[in-house]
Design a protein around this ligand. Sequence first.
Ligand SMILES: Cc1cc2nc3c(=O)[nH]c(=O)nc-3n(C[C@H](O)[C@H](O)[C@H](O)COP(=O)(O)OP(=O)(O)OC[C@H]3O[C@@H](n4cnc5c(N)ncnc54)[C@H](O)[C@@H]3O)c2cc1C
Length: 374
Amino acid sequence: MTDTDLLIIGGGITGQTAALMAAEAGARVTIVDAARNAGSHANAGSLHVQMQSRFLRLNPHLADNLESSLPLYLSAVTAWEALDTRLGGVELTREGGLMLAENAAQLDFLHQKAERETRKGLDVEILDRDALHALAPWLSPQIVGAELCRNEGKLNPLIANRKMRAALDVLGVRMVHDRITRIEDGTTPTAHGTRAYTAGAILIAAAWGAEALSAPLGLSLTTPPEPLHMNITEAGDYQIHHLVQHAERPITLKQFRSGQVVIGGGWDAQLAADVTRAPRIQSSSLLGNVALAAQIAPGIGGLRVLRTWAGYNTPVDGKATIGPVHPQSRVFLALPGDAGYTLGPIVGQSAAAMALGAEPPIDPAPYSPVRWRA
Ligand SMILES: Cc1cc2nc3c(=O)[nH]c(=O)nc-3n(C[C@H](O)[C@H](O)[C@H](O)COP(=O)(O)OP(=O)(O)OC[C@H]3O[C@@H](n4cnc5c(N)ncnc54)[C@H](O)[C@@H]3O)c2cc1C
C-alpha cells in the first residue's frame, strides 16, 4: 500500500489544479511543497493569450515555441472559466486585452504579430487611435493604436487561491511542508524529503524546482527562477476593463472590481540567496513600474501604491511540458512555461489525467518531456 495515489511536488496553481482534478476523480492526493514562495501566490491574475511582447523581446530564439503554444492558451482560458464556476467565482472577466503602441514601428510589430496569431485561431484586431480611445478613454493621448485580443481576460488571484485551497481541504487533499531532494522512479515511485513518500504516481509541478528533480531522471531541462516585481494601488473608479500591455515597454496593467489597479509586467526583483526564501523587491523597479503605468493611464497617477512585492516566474522554454519523464515512467511533469498562472490549470489537469491513466483534456503530444531527454 502506497502513502498516496498521486504525490504532487509543488503547491502552486499547477499542482493545486492537478490535485483538484485527481481528488474529484477519487484519488488519494498529497501535495508536498518546500516553501510559500510560489509564483502562483505572487502573480497578477492576467489571463494571457496573445504573444507577450516582453517574452518575444527577451527570447527571440523561442518565438516559435510560444507561437505553437497559442492553441493551449485558448484551452487554458476555457479551463479557467470552468474553474471559475467550480470555485464559485474568482472575478474572472473576459473583456479582452490591449497591447498598446506609441509609434508606427510598434504598430507595425503588432500588425505582424496579429497576422501570426490569427493563423493560430486567436480573435485579434488592430485598432487605430480613434477606435482605441473610444474603447479606452482613460489612455494617454500618446498611445496611437493597439492590438485587441478578445480571448484575453483577468481574474483576482487572491480570491482564486483562497477558494482553491478551501476546495482542496474539502476533498481531503493532504498538504505537507517538505523539500523533495530526490525521486526514485519505478513501479512504486518514491520521493525523498525529510522522509520517503511512496505513491502510485508522482507529479512534478515544482516550477523552478523541476530542474534539480528531473536531472537524475535523465532530463536536461533548465528552469531558472525569474524574480519579478508587482504593485497594487488603493481603489479608484473602475474604468480599466481590459488587460493592458505594451508593444515594447515592460508593463501589465489591470483593475480589480474593487477598483484597485494591479501593476507589473516584468520589472526585476532580486533572487534570494536560498531559493526556498521569498525574493526581494528593488526600489528602482517600484519607481519605474508605477511611473510607466501613470504615463499610460494618467488617471491612476494620483492613486497611492498600497503594497509592492516580488515572486518567482519560471518561463522555461516558452512552451509547456506535460507528460511522463519517459514512456513507461510513473513520474510526470507539469510545467506551464511562460504565463504560468494562465496555463497552470490546463497543464495541471492534463498531467494529472495522464498520471491517473485517464484521457487528458488536450492532446499532450506537442508538450512531451521527450524534448528534454539528455
Ligand atoms: C510577480 C509575478 C506576476 C505574475 N503574473 C502572472 C499573470 O498575471 N498571469 C500569468 O499567467 N502568470 C503570471 N505569472 C507567472 C505565474 O505566476 C507562474 O508561472 C505560475 O504561478 C506557475 O505556477 P506553478 O504552480 O507551475 O509554479 P509555482 O506557483 O511557482 O509553484 C511551484 C512550487 O513548487 C515548490 N517547489 C519547488 N521545488 C520544490 C521541491 N524540491 N520540493 C517541494 N516543493 C518544491 C515551490 O515552493 C513552489 O511553491 C507571474 C509571476 C510573477 C512572479
